[in-house]
Design a protein around this ligand. Sequence first.
Ligand code: GLU
Length: 419
Amino acid sequence: MQELFKSPAFDNAIAQFERACDKLAVEDWIKERLRLPQRTLIVSCPVRMDNGEIRVFTGYRVQHNLTLGPCKGGVRYHPDLDMGEVAALAMSMSWKCGLAELPFGGAKGGVSVNPMELSLPELERLTRRYTAEILPIIGPNKDIPAPDMGTNPQIMAWMMDTYSMTEGYTTPAVVTGKPVLIGGSLGREEATGFGVAYVVEDALKHIFEKSPEGLRVAIQGFGNVGTHTAIKLSEMGCIIVAVSDVYGGIYNPKGLPVPQLIELVQNRRRIQEFKEAEKITNEELLTLECDILIPAAVGRVITKENAPKLNCRLVVEAANGPTTTEADDILEERGITVIPDILANAGGLIVSYFEWVQGLQEYYWSKEMVFAELKKRMQLMFQKVLKCSKDKAVSLRMAALMLGIKQVAEAKKLRGLYP
Ligand code: GLU
């Protein structure tokens, strides 16, 4: 079955899984089971375009495991998306849920599409058809989608509506990352980026014995995660020296004005339209001289080719899977600390969990309560990973993976086999 998922992303996920399992006493059958997803659904979505033509899009939903509860994971709209990548991301969600000690298994889904090329009505029709196609396997107790790259709260609202209309009653807990008015959680929009910043603060304090004040940060990707990371880190006193979008980046060693840049991207303009900075490519951004590098866009951007040239002390993975296994080894050898994705970007998942709980209870929390709970959980997770990395003399990535995998593997063992 592994051949079905063959892709650079899946191979990377398997390589990381194998390495972590080597350090854990995971029984062979559990290891074999967890190497592959529990369920994989591929769907074909015909959509009427505005010009009357019908286009057929391929969609996916991969559920990696359902051991600890319903599956949880985002929906990605990206032209290069394939099943191998979705399966890799679903597996990584399992370890993220395990590490965060949430009652969920990992999942991921999405459609191979460039959402920027669709009009709003086309996007709505595609989302509704995709939701209808995956409907048999999603639900508040089965699998709860959320936003990911290329999707947003509006898309979650259409998913929630499609599900609710089919069921015959409003079901807010079927997706997270919805607009607040229809049952979304306050703070979910900011959660991933703020969580990244909380982890940066902890890493600086407990590993480097430094404060964020005056440290130079380069962020690749200025979507939901990149912007909120930039806002929080600037508030903490960091200087954002470089940011980028898909078209390229900008650099100013004296610092960039984050609110102005956010206004630019909110108006669907390109980051390079900002004039008081040097234009750079996305590749150049990665090797800039800075203190903290934050990849917050696509996967596998830090490779064996550019890892020897990175010019920072700390890499914080706001994106999912931005570092290849070979690059990881190079960074470790060079003494560059890497805060792994399943720890660094878990804030979105954690507030999704809060949103799901609020939806089920129909009782909503204040923003203060959401951020306080988020910060508390991120700090606990960071301490847990740091301790494991010291105790076992392994990297932070290995420690995070070991903790995440152990949680799932032990739960599997306790539940035993059916029938
Ligand atoms: N897509 C986000 C992630 O990769 C959030 C998932 C969720 O909230 O379920 O963690």
